[in-house]
Design a binder for this molecule. Structure first.
Ligand SMILES: [Zn+2]
Length: 315
């Protein structure tokens, strides 16, 4: 008898469940019945400011705008995932990757966390990096910091933010320690903050170069004739929410890596003497007036070690 009552109740509940409505699927039948547009009507795009509805209205608006320009837009988007960039940025709501770069859906593989960190023991960033580099084969990785970064500001406070946040911030405190003489010489606290943001980006780029994933791909593309330049290329940039500007940092990564490659290089690319000869050949093959790719360029390429430097000069 108990079973019968239970089954009957279920049948009643089932018979009163409203159908799925609109283009949305919801697990809450009451909300579905009251808040969502009907299955036959298109949303009227009214943003009432209530709850999360604006998200779905705006989504439909976006779909319509895309399809009005290209009816095949979503067929194309749904059929291929081949982004050109891996973006490692801060989770700050003012730094939306695609939007500030003027790029479309499908162009950027995005990873965001507090203060755009690349930590070797973080499975999240390491997994995204591995997938982006080995499966998606992104040619470019952008590490983007931003001024007025709450994570960076918190990292220089002498107070316990408690775990896990404090553990996370400690890696930024380490960046401060590495560059403390430069940072302590900056008297204006805001300018010091901005410089720490920049130095943090540079250190996270260096962390990328330390990884086996990046080094393996760079060796592979260095050896392959398919690639005119070693990939992935790594770019250090900073966004200023107060102006909307995305600014490339002029970094001589080679200088950094020359100091570090004996420690972090995981692959020996070529015999030094062979590469010295290749260097000379590459330089002599430059046409008149053609400049080698010099350190300090915005693109800030870094070789796996100085052994393959000549490859960049062929750009
Ligand atoms: Zn931030």
């Amino acid at each position: 008898m108990k079973n019968f009552i239970l089954l009957s109740s279920l049948a009643i509940v089932a018979s009163f469940s409203p159908p799925t409505v609109g283009p949305y699927v919801t697990r809450n039948p009451l909300r579905a019945a009251t808040d969502m547009p009907s299955p036959v009507e298109k949303p009227n795009y009214k943003n009432t400011g209530k709850s999360i509805d604006e998200v779905f209205f705006n989504n439909q608006k976006w779909i319509d705008s895309k399809e009005s320009v290209d009816p095949n837009y979503f067929n194309a988007l749904g059929s291929v995932h081949k982004p050109k960039y891996l973006w490692i940025g801060c989770a700050d709501a003012r730094v939306p990757a695609n939007e500030i770069m003027g790029l479309d859906a499908g162009d950027v593989f995005v990873l965001r966390n507090v203060a755009n960190m690349v930590t070797g023991t973080d499975f999240n960033v390491m997994s995204a990096l591995q997938y982006a580099v080995t499966a998606l084969e992104v040619p470019h990785i952008i590490v983007c910091g931003h001024y007025d970064c709450g994570g960076v500001r918190a990292s220089i406070e002498n107070r316990d933010h408690t775990p896990p946040l404090e553990n996370w911030l400690r890696s930024i405190r380490d960046v401060y320690r590495l560059h403390s003489s430069e940072l302590n010489a900056i008297k204006d606290p805001e300018m010091r903050h901005r410089r720490l943001v920049e130095l943090n980006v540079i250190e996270q780029c260096i962390n990328l170069f330390k990884t086996g994933v990046v080094q393996r791909k760079r060796v592979e593309t260095f050896r392959s004739d398919e690639f005119s330049i070693t990939q992935p290329r790594i770019h250090a940039v900073v966004f200023d929410p107060a102006t909307g500007k995305l600014v490339p940092l002029k970094v001589d990564f080679r200088q950094y890596i020359d100091e570090l490659h004996d420690i972090y290089d995981l692959y020996a690319v070529e015999d030094e003497t062979k590469v010295d000869a290749a260097n000379k050949e590459a330089l002599s093959s430059l046409k008149k007036g053609e400049q080698p790719h010099l350190p300090g360029d915005i693109d800030a390429d870094v070789e796996v070690g100085k052994r393959n430097r000549w490859k960049f000069w062929k750009k």
